[in-house]
Design a binder for this molecule. Structure first.
Ligand code: AMP
Length: 204
């Protein structure tokens, strides 16, 4: 299946996309993770993207489109998380895909839930796997269950940057809800991880 997860920062896209990709046996592509890897490796893309990301702003469309297209190995099945984030990105994706996206899941999550979640979020410095200190803690403190690297508070999960990211979501990403109106399902993202997962499976 070809699926997109949409939602504001902190809605749970990363967690749900990872679980969904495992269940459906397809690859999970997260442009935020691809960009963080590029930054860690100090590639030209990473160096150019870092100031945008640190400020909570969007990296220019063409940079992200090229990065994702280079990464996708199988266009027949995938879960996209964090892409598209603008209508031009959605249009570029439609043109690039041999077969269209089948379902867009919107994780609709109120701002107060998001602020609480992001303050509790920790991210693996190696593989970008997401954790929550309260609802999804690692088995060993400060350590990723998957790759063993240390967990960090993301640079852009600080309160002042979160505000900018929420504004970017409202202005740049929300128009995609209309763009995908015929294939979108809205899910209440404030529920528990398992309840949200069940609701997504039902929508699919
Ligand atoms: P995320 O991990 O999805 O929250 O993304 C972290 C940051 O990476 C975002 O705040 C943007 O600066 C950048 N980013 C990720 N995906 C995109 C995208 N599709 N378009 C533009 N910027 C992106």
């Amino acid at each position: 299946m070809r699926i997109i997860l949409l939602g504001p920062p902190g809605a749970g896209k990363g967690t749900q996309a990872q679980r969904l990709a495992n269940t459906l046996n397809v690859v999970h592509y997260a442009t935020g993770n691809l960009l963080r890897t590029a930054i860690a490796n100090k590639t030209p893309v990473g160096l150019s993207a870092q100031p945008y990301m640190d400020g909570g702003n969007l990296v220019p469309d063409q940079v992200v489109i090229d990065l994702l297209m280079e990464s996708i190995v199988d266009f027949s099945g995938f879960v996209l998380d964090g892409f598209p984030r603008t209508v031009p990105q959605g249009e570029a994706l439609s043109i690039a895909l041999p077969k269209p996206v089948q379902k867009v899941i919107l994780l609709d999550t109120p701002e107060e839930v998001i602020v609480e979640r992001l303050s509790q979020r920790r991210t693996c410095s190696g593989c970008s796997a997401p954790y929550n200190l309260t609802t999804k803690p690692p088995k060993i403190q400060h350590t990723c269950d998957i790759c063993g690297c240390s967990l960090v508070l993301r640079n852009d999960d600080k309160p002042e940057t979160i505000k900018v990211r929420q504004q970017r979501y409202r202005e740049d990403t929300e128009p995609l809800l209309n763009y995908y109106q015929r294939i979108i399902s809205k899910i209440d993202g404030s529920k528990s991880m398992l309840e949200v997962e069940q609701a997504i499976m039902k929508a699919l």
